[in-house]
Design a protein around this ligand. Structure first.
Ligand SMILES: Nc1ncnc2c1ncn2[C@@H]1O[C@H](COP(=O)(O)OP(=O)(O)OP(=O)(O)O)[C@@H](O)[C@H]1O
Length: 582
């Protein structure tokens, strides 16, 4: 836990130092009046007590108590400032860090779990840290100050009182162990509940339409039940060990009383010292008992902190120079790539796409077309070989520099719950109103935007839910058009569209790809017949390359796929025609 706390403290060292200073001062001011009480008792038991001295000490004690209020408020302020500075900086750091992680990292992790680190774990850290760390630091400093007084008065009794600490700590350690074990289960149960809930809400349409409400709610219910069980166990199981630690303190205090009385009877301890130990000895444990509970919660916080730090330590995509290329030809040189680290899904891929030409990636499902597009966009990094744009290995470039060079139009369109205008503007936030309208026009959006209740200012709903599939795609093309990036990655977007929308989108795409280096993931071979180059993939390898005419002459996989599609097409036309026309 200490190493986690030190890691976090380095995030805002100034605020931490300031808070520690006030905690130390506060600890001294809390403990000192009790020490002074000892001096008064001492004086009272003198044969001729010095009244002036007693009043002086009482005066200083009173002054210290008054100052204590001021110091306590400063300590609280510094502790709150430190907590919020730490949690704020943590949130910003996590936000920045997430941007620099590869898509591979996001695919590996459950999105619900990732969201829970950023939202719940940081909030958990903020609440617990804010309420406990100050108390613990204050208690440690107060106990230290009191111990110094007690040792100065009688080291034998002081030693006995202090001897309780390691034994008490042993039980705290056992409680910690239980919390760490139980807390990990609690976090898992919490994440499972979050993930089931997310799944339930996101899939509600399918759950309803397939009548799965009961079955799916049951899995959510089960997750919630497990979460409740884990929460109760986390609260209940460490309790007895914490209680045992508190009992140890009581026992050692009783032992100290017995030893004190014994020393008094043998004449090695005076009455004032015994009284001082009866008062101060008990006070020595008081802050520690409060802290025991705090320390246990702190361990729970540590589980969250470990998850935050693990995320912060996840490897970022690196780069060496951030100088964008001047040309936009694309080259793959003996690229091997695996998503999982075992079997390669791309095997020894090499090809060259001249600037401003169009290449189509063709092949059966799972042959690696989308993976090639993912590597060009630097969503993932190739493990072997290199991917180059304009002669520069893209692993030398910052991911955001690569994203700036590329526009993507994929089948799955994501629109933000904002206006149509703002969704297009994402392509180039500096664009003028005129430019946004031009992009919308070129992407064949003008007509349907005009028919919307508030035109461009109409909100599209979560994920663009208020627009049709074809309209969403045209908005995404308008966005890409506005971005005007020199490379266009196109996952042939027309696969699931009706003929009218298909015509609109084909027109929009023709506008988008003018004078660009274009990579099309092709599903309908008819649409890429005129591509400058067609790369035919099969099981992660390049089978054939060339233009349509050449590939048809070769009579390999491409010809096979082409013939299959032609046959399917004529079958479709036949089934759509009235029987007497066939
Ligand atoms: N995120 C991922 N994690 C692990 N394996 C993946 C991932 N994405 C794709 N794959 C695997 O990589 C291989 C290539 O997939 P890819 O999506 O590139 O194929 P594709 O040719 O685009 O297929 P389709 O035409 O069906 O879209 C497949 O075997 C697929 O199962």
């Amino acid at each position: 836990m200490l190493s986690n706390l030190l890691y976090i403290f380095r995030i805002a060292p100034g605020a931490v130092r300031k808070s520690l200073f006030w905690e130390l001062l506060h600890g001294i001011f809390v403990a000192s009046p009790t020490g002074m009480l000892l001096l008064i008792i001492w004086e009272l038991f003198e044969p001729e007590p010095d009244q002036r001295k007693i009043w002086w000490i009482a005066g200083i004690m009173g002054g210290m108590l008054l100052l204590q209020f001021y110091i306590a408020s400063k300590t609280l302020l510094a502790s709150n400032q430190m907590t919020f500075q730490l949690s704020n900086t943590l949130r910003l750091k996590l936000g920045n860090h997430l941007q620099r992680l590869s898509m591979g990292y996001f695919k590996k992790r459950d999105p619900g779990d990732l969201a829970s680190v950023v939202l719940q774990d940081v909030a958990n850290f903020e609440t617990i840290f804010g309420h406990t760390v100050g108390n613990i630091a204050g208690a440690v400093f107060a106990t230290l100050t009191l111990s110094v007084f007690l040792f100065a008065v009688d080291w034998r009794l002081a030693l006995l009182l202090i001897a309780a600490l390691p034994l008490g700590y042993l039980f705290v350690k056992i409680a910690n162990w239980v919390i760490t074990k139980q807390g990990a289960k609690l976090v898992l149960a919490r994440n499972a509940t979050g993930a089931r809930f997310l799944e339930y809400v996101q899939g509600i349409r399918f759950i309803k339409s397939y009548g799965m409400t009961g079955a799916h709610f049951k899995s959510l219910e089960r997750a919630m039940r497990d979460f409740k069980k884990a929460s109760i166990r986390t609260e209940a199981l460490p309790g007895p060990f914490v209680l045992l630690a508190a009992i140890i303190f009581e026992l050692f205090f009783l032992g100290m009383v017995g030893l004190g009385v014994g020393y008094f009877e043998t004449g090695t301890l005076s009455i004032p010292v015994l009284i001082a130990f009866l008062i101060m000895g008990y006070r020595l444990y008081e802050p520690l008992k409060v802290v025991l509970v705090d320390y246990v919660t702190l361990r729970y916080m540590n589980i969250s902190l470990t998850r935050i730090i693990d995320l912060l330590k996840a490897e970022e995509q690196e780069w060496e120079e951030d100088c964008p290329p001047e040309h936009f030809d694309i080259a793959f040189d003996h690229v091997n790539f695996s998503y999982t680290g075992d079997e390669n899904v791309l095997k020894g891929i090499s090809f060259y796409i001249p600037e401003k030409s169009m290449v189509a990636l063709v092949g059966p499902s799972g042959s690696g077309k989308t993976t090639i597009a993912n590597l060009i966009a630097r969503f993932w990094d190739a493990q072997q070989g290199s991917v180059m744009i304009g002669g520069i290995d893209i692993q030398l470039l910052a991911p955001h520099t690569v994203y700036q060079m590329i526009s993507e139009v994929f089948q799955e369109v994501y629109l933000f719950d904002d206006t149509v205008y703002n969704n297009i503007l994402i392509g180039n936030p500096k664009a003028s109103k005129e430019q946004v309208w031009q992009a919308a026009k070129a992407a064949q959006c003008q007509e349907f935007i005009r028919s919307l209740p508030q035109g461009m200012e109409t909100r599209v709903g979560e994920g663009g839910s208020r627009l049709s599939g074809g309209q969403k795609q045209r908005v995404s093309i308008a966005r890409a058009m506005l971005k005007d990036a020199p490379i266009v990655l196109l996952d042939e977007a027309t696969a699931s569209l009706d003929p009218e929308n298909e015509v609109y989108i084909q027109r929009a795409i023709q506008q988008l790809v003018k004078d660009k280096t274009v990579v099309v993931i092709a599903h309908k071979l008819q649409t890429i017949k005129n591509a400058n180059q067609i790369i035919v993939l099969d099981q992660g390898r390049i089978k054939e390359t060339g233009d349509h005419t050449y590939l048809m002459e070769v009579g390999g996989l491409y010809t096979q796929l082409w013939n299959q599609q032609q046959k399917a097409q004529s079958w479709k036309i036949k089934t759509m025609m009235p029987a007497n026309e066939i």
